[in-house]
Structures are given as structure tokens and as C-alpha cells.
Design a protein around this ligand. Structure first.
Ligand code: SF4
Length: 313
């Protein structure tokens, strides 16, 4: 029997209302059932970030989570197999609590195939190999890691709170536990001054990792982020969008791993996605074509044309 539409609307308001109508979902997990477990991020120090819009960090209690799961079962009355813990970095939660959350989800959704979550590298490295193994056994998989860069100077400048070695330790621990992961990489994060080091360090780090997908985004200046002040003070020099695309091209050309290069995020001026190494040469050619188009007509014209084209597709 299909659920009552008014009840569904009310439940959705009750479940997601605390996020203020907006919360960030990893691109690779867009089509999951999203279970709120934390509000905001436990860290909140990254210079470029304003994703949490000033909200205070809060862990939902197990009772609140169980109640949300019950309501989600009512909304998702057809089989639902893929789940995501919603919030800035829910994998920060203690293992015991994550295990209890998994139990609640599996109890209501016996068809559940995996539970994903955003995670910082240190959310992973704080757990023991045995804990990570237990979490994988309990259904956790396809974690989404915000690695952003493999260059220590870039990570330190943006107060990421981890080094590239810790990023690598996290991905190796996940692999050893059997958990797969996607990874976010941010073009332009080194600005003009650290661009080369950012690309080289990131390629080096990624070539020692094995994400099933790379989500490639471009640095965006959020009004409320501390980075905006540093840009205004001419301390951080942003990379022009075309140079960020060139950065992406260089990074892609240096990669020797098997993964999906997904640069379709709306922050990128040229959206492109494909499997590497199979489609690497094709992707590089398409980026080169876009770069020459931009060269010949200017970025503004190119963007206008692109939006017009999308509008008619
Ligand atoms: S980028 Fe991620 S870890 Fe850093 S403050 Fe924002 S949500 Fe938290």
C-alpha cells in the first residue's frame, strides 16, 4: 500500500528539518536513502568550507535515529538497498554507535546492501583495524573521503587537520578492512602559488590509493568561509577557472590507477566523466578541445554557449 502523501511530507520535514532544507550528499551516493545521524561537522576548521552554515555540531541520539529510520521505512515502502548516513562527517561517531545504527537500518530495511557515509581521514585512522572490519561486516561500505589534496603545504594552509600520509593511512586501512571508498579532490585548492605542488602531491597520493570513484570539484569561495577574507587580503591568490581546468588535465594525465574520473560537479567549468585508464586519452582530448574553444572565444562566451546547449538538451 502506498503511503499517505501528507504523512510523507510531514515525516520529511521532521526528519530533515534540522538541516535547514540543505545538506550535502556525496555525488557518488546521490541515490541513497539518507539517514540523519549528525548535524554539521565535528571538525569545522577547514579554511575554504562553509558547508555547515554556522550550525553547531550535534549527534542525534540512538532513539532519534531509530525514529527517523522508522519514518523512512514508511516513506520508502518499496525495497531500498543503498543508505547514506547524513551529516558533515558521521563516520566520526564511535564504532559502537555506528554498529547500533546499522542494526536499526537492517532491522527496518532487511534488503539494505550497504551504508555509506562522509568521512575525514582521521575519522578512519582513529578506529582500529578490528573496528573497521566489524563496521564493514555490519554493512558499511562505499565511504566518501574528503581527501582534497595530497600536498602537505596545501592541506596545512587550509587547516585540513591531516597530512597526505594520514590520508594514505586512511585509504589503506579501509582497503585492508574490505571497505571501498570514493574520494573528493579539489582543483584550485593550492591557488596560484601552490598549484604545481598541489597537482603533483595529489597525483602521488592517488597513485597509491584505489578509490572506486574520484569526485573532482573546483574550489568555490563561500561568502562565510575564512578563505574569503584571505582572498580579500590578497594573501591567497585564486586560480582562474581555466587554470583549474588545466590543473585537472594535468592531474588526470598523471594518474595510473583504475577508477572513475567524475568531474561533472557543477563547480567545474567543463563537466567530464569516464573510466580510467580505459577512457583517459578520450577525456584528455575532450578537455583539450574545451580549452581551445575557451581560448578562441573567451570563457564568458564559452560558458554562455554551454548553458544554452544544456538548456536545449
Ligand atoms: S570541509 Fe569537511 S571536514 Fe572540513 S570543515 Fe567542511 S565539512 Fe568539516
Amino acid at each position: 500500500m502506498s503511503p499517505d502523501i501528507e504523512t510523507v511530507r510531514r515525516y520529511k520535514r521532521e526528519i530533515y528539518g534540522e538541516y535547514g532544507g540543505y545538506y550535502y550528499v556525496p555525488m557518488a551516493e546521490a541515490f541513497t536513502v539518507q539517514v540523519p545521524v549528525t548535524v554539521s561537522c565535528s571538525y569545522k576548521k577547514c579554511l575554504y568550507c562553509d558547508l555547515n552554515q554556522g550550525m553547531a555540531f550535534r549527534e542525534l541520539s540512538l532513539e532519534e535515529i531509530a525514529e527517523n529510520v522508522r519514518k523512512l521505512r514508511y516513506i520508502h515502502y518499496k525495497p531500498a538497498k543503498r543508505f547514506l548516513l547524513a551529516g558533515g562527517n558521521p563516520f566520526f561517531l564511535p564504532t559502537e554507535k555506528l554498529l547500533r545504527i546499522s542494526e536499526a537500518i537492517h532491522e527496518s530495511f532487511p534488503e539494505c546492501e550497504y551504508i555509506s557515509s562522509f568521512a575525514r581521514a582521521d575519522d578512519v585512522t582513529r578506529k582500529t583495524p578490528a573496528e573497521l572490519h566489524a563496521l564493514h561486516e555490519a554493512g558499511y561500505d562505499r565511504l566518501c573521503l574528503g581527501l582534497e589534496s595530497g600536498c602537505d603545504s596545501v592541506l596545512a594552509y587550509h587547516r585540513k587537520g591531516v597530512t597526505s600520509a594520514q590520508n594514505l593511512q586512511a585509504v589503506h586501512m579501509l582497503t585492508d578492512s574490505g571497505m571501498s571508498y570514493s574520494a573528493y579532490i579539489m582543483l584550485g585548492l593550492g591557488g596560484r602559488d601552490m598549484s604545481e605542488a598541489h597537482v603533483e602531491g595529489t597525483a602521488e597520493m592517488l597513485n597509491h590509493s584505489s578509490p572506486f570513484e574520484l569526485t573532482v570539484v573546483t574550489l568555490v569561495l563561500f561568502k562565510g568561509a575564512e578563505l574569503a577574507e584571505r582572498v580579500r587580503a590578497h594573501e591567497f591568490h585564486r586560480l582562474p577557472p581555466v587554470d583549474a581546468l588545466k590543473e585537472g588535465r594535468k592531474l588526470l594525465s598523471l594518474l595510473e590507477i583504475h577508477t572513475v574520473w567524475n568531474a561533472t560537479h557543477k563547480t567545474n567549468i567543463f563537466p567530464v566523466k569516464g573510466r580510467i585508464p580505459e577512457h583517459k586519452e578520450l577525456l584528455l582530448r575532450r578537455i583539450d578541445d574545451a580549452l581551445s574553444e575557451i581560448d578562441s572565444q573567451g570563457l564568458k562566451q564559452y560558458e554562455l554557449k554551454r548553458w544554452r546547449k544544456w538548456g536545449t538538451e
